[in-house]
Design a protein around this ligand. Structure first.
Ligand code: DQA
Length: 144
């Protein structure tokens, strides 16, 4: 089984960016630990990050064509703005997508309470720090 983690804008700065909210661990370290955890179960994990909306959409389409078993998507601020991402997730509906947030967006500013992508996703996990990625992967693997 192969799964793809897609991170959106500003998540390349994870570990340095607002550590009080997002923690001090880099995404490289998070992905490395996820690979160590999941590889004994035969799960391969690929990772992609972009600050550009269209690149996120292109990668979703490509993942679907490549036959990924699912995607963990942290769309960052595009979560709260992007109808195009909503449509992209729906366009590849045979490939489950789990929406993830490191922070609990519902405890933050009101503009973060709205997600344009939740309705297109299989499920949503938020608020568990970088452990949210692991929970999302567990959900994808165990509902396969
Ligand atoms: C985030 C929450 C978003 O509101 C924010 O724009 C991000 C990160 C999170 O992981 O908590 O960039 O998706």
């Amino acid at each position: 089984m192969k799964y793809l983690i897609i991170n959106g804008p500003n998540l390349n700065l994870l570990g340095q960016r607002e550590p009080g909210i997002y923690g001090s661990e880099s995404m490289e370290s998070v992905v490395e630990q996820l690979r160590q955890h999941f590889s004994p179960s035969g799960v391969d994990i690929a990772y992609f990050q972009s600050n550009h909306e269209g690149d996120l959409i292109d990668r979703l389409h490509q993942a679907w064509r490549e036959g990924f078993d699912g995607v963990v998507l942290n769309a960052g601020a595009y979560t709260h703005t992007s109808i195009a991402l909503h449509d992209a997730i729906r366009a590849v509906a045979s490939m489950p997508v789990v929406e993830v947030h490191i922070s609990n967006v519902h405890r933050r500013e009101p503009f973060r309470h709205v997600s344009f992508i939740s309705a297109a996703c299989m499920g949503v996990i938020c608020g568990f720090g970088t452990y949210s990625y692991r929970l999302a992967l567990e959900a994808l693997v165990n509902t396969k």
